[in-house]
Ligand binder design. Structure first.
Ligand SMILES: Nc1nc2c(ncn2[C@@H]2O[C@H](COP(=O)(O)OP(=O)(O)O)[C@@H](O)[C@H]2O)c(=O)[nH]1
Ligand SMILES: [Mg+2]
Length: 691
């Protein structure tokens, strides 16, 4: 068939040697890495098909990924296929590693959304689809594991449509046969455009077969649906359908191409990625319909005017190669050793799983790793004019989980801090912070698994072993009663002694007022120059109150005192102030204060009642709920909750939302806490102080 479609394709044509990039995305375990393996095998890039289960796949080769049998980082591999060059980015499916997925999607020409063949699990796709749709990334659904699918493809299609705002176009229907165990098994498919039937083979390309008669009704129904959807965006096709004229295949192909490339429709293909079923069909759809680099650059708002332009979307730190900036070349080409925008480009590497192949040049469309370009980080575009922020680079998701870290060996503290900087540069959805008030080093991220992988990296790649604990809550205490206190500090040791005498009044202040010092000394009974020392002593004493926590919301008034012209000093007044509070505070009905956060939980609406129960079950106070802005079928529940109850809340939020629920927090206020819980907290901090 003469490729009449090549003329209408802007930016390039299939077989012209262009470089395109496609992200393989979808939930954890949907089969992305296996699909990548089959793509590599089907295109001849590898001679043997490995498996993720056996730990022999090209993807997931990093130690942390192999250990868990799951993708924890982007896997990159390039292939040549029918005269073009393709880079596939197999991205982690777990929501905890989604930042990598978002970064990869940002630079791809198209995405393949690999999904399980279970309608009840499509909810898990919602956050990913939202990101893809918001960015107008052309995407194909690949209903995977068709070999073990129990649901019918039409039900799966309906479920997918319910979470997708693009019109879905089913391009294949399965041919089913009764299996030995009485169930039905997919043994092949009919391509709805060409109206050809194929039989799957356990490996290799499917065989063209005669169209089974019993599939015809289903085939023509599905084909009509496909054409009707395509005609919504094409009047010519619409007229033909109305007039009952059979449309030319070339028109259907053109509509598929144009409507996919402009993100009006999302085609749906079926197959079994781990045994190459439907993989070649997928590759051909990509070959014909994936936009070329110049079109994607235009969608991103990048210039692509022929001048050199490249964008970094991910950084890796490797012990031997040093810093690697994974980049897509948007226009022009990069040459080893070249100077660009004040940066010297050293070695250029083409990743293939864990392997890095040196190349002399990287052309427009390619994805390569640039070695040791120290100032080039994810979310930056490098041109002859220097570095600039990427347009609309994916923002970092708010952290929902934290661990407190400590180097197992105290001498490793400097090393730990250096390593943390590197792993955060690799994955900006991790962050760390030295929290003064609890003397902890906090690592924050997207879930426990996310942080455990980071801890594994610290040990495995940077040789820093760390202990992890649950972060402490920054409790406070305050007083509920007023009192007056007289304190005299007097020492006589040899030469001249120390003397200070003060009278203070202590009273509670409203929540959030902090500490207030009032000087009501008259007649110089405490000389001016000693008054700051009194305040300093008070501040020191308030660092730890009778319940072991910092004391807040108190006012201390200095109203009387005495001094000695020789023995009084700043030091002695400071001591007197500390004594005064140490004696007075226990009498002022001290009470524990716990931090209360304003929490906003986002989840699919049908999970809202469960989210509300979860919140009230964790001492939360519901404030209300609303629809989530920009999300169809999602709610946001807001509540006030104790910080202590939020520490592991993400686990439960995910378990009632098929993994997609999330939340944000912000400090709201401190609240009095009494009873058993308070006693336990006071006891724990006493033990810690004694240890
Ligand atoms: N039955 C069946 N299993 C598959 C298929 N593709 C992948 N799997 C299995 O699904 C599991 C997850 O595959 P993997 O590629 O690691 O998923 P990923 O997390 O999406 O990368 C593995 O046990 C695969 O063997 C398929 O087409 N059919
Ligand atoms: Mg994987």
């Amino acid at each position: 068939m003469a490729d009449i479609r090549s003329e209408i394709i802007p930016g390039g044509r299939p077989g012209s040697g262009a470089h395109r990039a496609v992200a393989l995305c979808g939930p954890y375990l949907s089969g992305k890495t296996s699909l990548l393996e089959s793509i590599l095998y089907a295109t001849g890039a590898i001679g043997r098909r490995g498996s993720t289960r056996a730990g022999t796949s090209i993807g997931d080769g990093a130690a942390e990924a192999r250990k868990r049998g799951m993708g924890t980082e982007i896997n990159v591999a390039s292939v040549d296929y029918l005269g073009d060059h393709w880079t596939f980015l197999d991205v982690p499916g777990s929501i905890e590693f989604q930042h990598d997925a978002m970064a990869a999607l940002a630079v791809c020409d198209a995405a393949v959304v690999v999904c399980e063949p279970s309608p009840e699990r499509v909810v898990a796709l919602a956050p990913l689809l939202k990101a893809i749709e918001d960015r107008h990334i052309p995407h194909i659904f690949f209903i995977n594991k068709i070999d073990s699918a129990e649901a019918r493809v039409r039900d799966m299609l309906a479920a997918l449509q319910s979470v997708s705002s693009r019109k879905l176009v089913l391009r294949q229907v399965p041919i089913r046969q009764p299996a030995a165990d009485g169930s039905e098994e997919a043994v092949g498919y009919v391509d709805l455009v060409s109206e050809r039937a194929y039989r799957y083979r356990s490996s290799g390309a499917s065989d063209l077969i005669e169209m089974p008669a019993e599939i015809l009704p289903r085939e023509s129904e599905a084909r009509r649906e496909m054409l009707e959807t395509l005609s919504e965006f094409d009047d010519t096709l619409l007229e033909q359908l109305i007039e009952d004229v059979a449309p030319e295949k070339s028109l259907i192909y053109r509509d598929l191409h144009d409507e996919f490339g402009s993100d009006k429709i999302a085609p749906v293909l079926i197959g079994a990625g781990d045994r190459e079923n439907g993989v070649r069909r997928l590759l051909k759809a990509l070959r014909h319909d994936t936009p070329f680099v110049a079109e994607t650059a235009a969608r991103r708002g990048l210039a692509a005017d022929g001048a050199i332009e490249t964008e970094c979307f991910k950084v890796l730190h490797q012990s031997h190669a040093g810093k690697l900036s994974l980049c897509r070349v948007w226009s022009g080409s990069l040459v080893e050793g070249q100077s660009l925008g004040g940066q010297r480009l050293g070695t250029i590497l083409r990743p293939f799983g864990q392997r890095l192949d040196k190349v002399a040049e990287a052309r427009a469309g390619e994805i390569v790793a640039l070695a040791k370009v120290e100032s080039l980080s994810a979310g930056q575009v490098l041109t002859g004019g220097g570095l600039a922020p990427s347009p609309a680079f994916p923002a970092v998701e708010p952290a929902v989980f934290a661990l407190s870290l400590a180097a197992r060996n105290r001498n490793d503290e400097v090393k730990l801090s250096g390593a943390l900087h590197k792993i955060v540069e690799e994955d900006p959805s991790l962050s760390f912070e030295a929290r003064g008030e609890t003397h902890e080093l906090l690592l924050r991220g997207q879930g426990e698994m996310h942080l455990r992988v980071a801890v594994d990296k610290l040990a495995g790649r940077y040789n820093v072993a760390v202990e992890t604990t649950t972060p402490r809550v920054a409790y406070r205490e305050t007083i509920q009663a007023s009192t007056q206190q007289h304190a005299r500090y007097k020492r006589q040791t040899g030469g001249h002694g120390q003397f200070a005498d003060i009278k203070v009044e202590i009273r509670p202040l409203p929540r959030g007022a902090g500490f207030r010092f009032v000087d009501r000394v008259v007649g110089g009974v405490v000389p001016r120059n000693f008054i700051p020392a009194v305040e300093e002593g008070l501040v020191e004493a308030l660092k730890q109150g009778p319940l072991g926590q910092p004391v807040v919301d108190v006012e201390v008034t200095l109203f009387d005192g005495q001094y000695h012209s020789v023995d009084s000093s700043e030091m002695s007044f400071k001591m007197a102030a500390r004594m005064a509070l140490a004696e007075a505070l226990p009498r002022c009905k001290p009470v524990l204060l716990e931090p209360i956060l304003k929490v906003t939980v986002a989840a699919p609406s049908d999970a809202t009642p469960r989210i509300q129960r979860l919140i009230t079950g964790r001492r939360g106070q519901l404030l209300g709920y609303d629809t989530r802005d920009g999300w169809t079928g999602w709610d946001e529940v807001s509540a006030l909750m104790p910080e202590a109850e939020i520490a592991d809340m993400i686990v439960e939020v995910r378990s009632v939302t098929q993994g997609v629920g999330t939340f944000t927090t912000a400090f709201d206020h401190l609240q009095e806490l009494a009873g058993r819980t308070a006693e336990r907290i006071v006891e724990e901090s006493r033990k810690r102080a004694a240890a």
